[in-house]
Design a protein around this ligand. Structure first.
Ligand code: DAH
Length: 341
């Protein structure tokens, strides 16, 4: 009898340990301790034993029953762990919701910040000005003659006679010079607007970054060195630059700056239209009329300025062939820049 009880107890404990869920555990309980259970059967058989044997077997059976009940309770608690009382209203066993999708910087913003970082490293501060600008700052103070074609309604979004959407970041130069005395070294990134028909390389809104350095005895050599340092830092050592004479009303002399094509190394490819060079900015020495408009005393200061299209740089960097992609906010496009730096 003792052996039978011991075997039954061992088997039942093993079955309790192996029960994978509460239903399986209940089945084990019924098969051992239920009305027709194996242990219940033995208990029922006690009455047929002699006094001595009944006392011994009874004690052993009760001990086994206590053990099994304790094991059942412990296993039940284990299986139910993590499930709160039904009254809490939460079912923590339900699968969780997918994590909220994370956002990321727009590629234009990434490039803008990288460019600003490089100029910051060269000692430039950073500022901005209004996108809804006075004609005075956008044109007049920048030495644009009254009949300059850029003032034409076809290029400029006018709000009224005196107010427009800025067509360039250059007006922030004048606002800065009105507020502060040299020495100045500052960049002004921001959005600009032109009344253009959109195509793969034109958009009616785009981004520029303007730079301005004013002090006594600033020279064209300083401009060249600043541009070269920027290009080396952003595109790598193997990107020579060249200055081409040009005309801007607010600089004299004025240049356009080209960088050797980073895609073909100057050999000529589709991106540089076979020329081997990419135009990256306009620049020059600040025109005396601009200093005059800003209220600086004649001849005391010299300075250089430059203006660069950020979209162009972003398109080069990421191999984007259509500027419109940068403004359509199509998530299929933008999601490609998650985690990209
Ligand atoms: N504002 C000019 C443009 O939008 C770019 C530019 C050219 C800015 C020469 C400058 C500069 O500061 O010196 O085309």
């Amino acid at each position: 009898m003792q052996e039978t009880i011991e075997r039954l107890r061992a088997e039942a404990l093993a079955a309790i340990g192996a029960a994978a869920d509460e239903a399986a555990l209940e089945a084990v309980r019924v098969s051992v301790l239920g009305r027709k259970g194996s242990l219940t059967g033995l208990l029922r058989g006690l009455k047929d034993l002699g006094d001595e044997a009944r006392r011994e077997a009874g004690a052993a059976l009760n001990a086994a029953k206590d053990d099994l009940n304790a094991a059942l309770t412990a296993r039940e608690a284990q299986l139910g762990a993590g499930r709160p009382a039904a009254s809490s209203g939460y079912d923590l066993t339900l699968p969780g919701r997918a994590p909220a999708p994370s956002g990321s910087l727009h590629p234009l913003q990434t490039v803008l910040e990288e460019i600003c970082d490089i100029f910051h490293g060269m000692g430039f501060s950073r500022d901005d000005g209004p996108e809804v600008e006075l004609d005075y700052y956008n044109f007049t103070a920048l030495n644009f003659p009254d009949d300059h074609p850029a003032r034409d309604i076809q290029d400029t979004f006018y709000i009224n006679d005196k107010v427009l959407l800025r067509t360039q970041t250059s007006p922030v130069q004048v606002r800065m010079m009105e507020r502060r005395e040299p020495p100045l070294a500052c960049v002004f990134p921001g959005r600009v607007y032109r009344n253009e028909n959109a195509d793969a390389s034109h958009s009616s809104e785009f981004f520029q970054i303007e730079g301005l350095v004013v002090d006594r005895a600033v020279s064209m050599a300083d401009l060249k060195d600043t541009v070269d340092t920027f290009v080396r830092n952003y595109f790598g050592a193997s990107a020579p630059t060249r200055f081409r004479p040009h005309y801007f009303p607010f600089t004299e002399p004025s240049v356009e700056v080209d960088m050797q094509c980073i895609l073909c190394g100057g050999k000529g490819c589709g991106t540089c239209k076979q020329g081997g060079w990419l135009e990256i900015m306009g620049a020059g020495m600040v025109h005396p009329n601009v200093f005059r408009a800003a209220g600086y005393p004649d001849d005391r200061y010299t300075g250089f300025a430059f203006g660069m299209g950020i979209d162009r740089i972003a398109m080069l960097k990421y191999g984007i062939s259509d500027i419109r992609l940068l403004y359509e906010n199509d998530l299929r496009f933008l999601n490609q820049f998650r985690g990209v730096q």
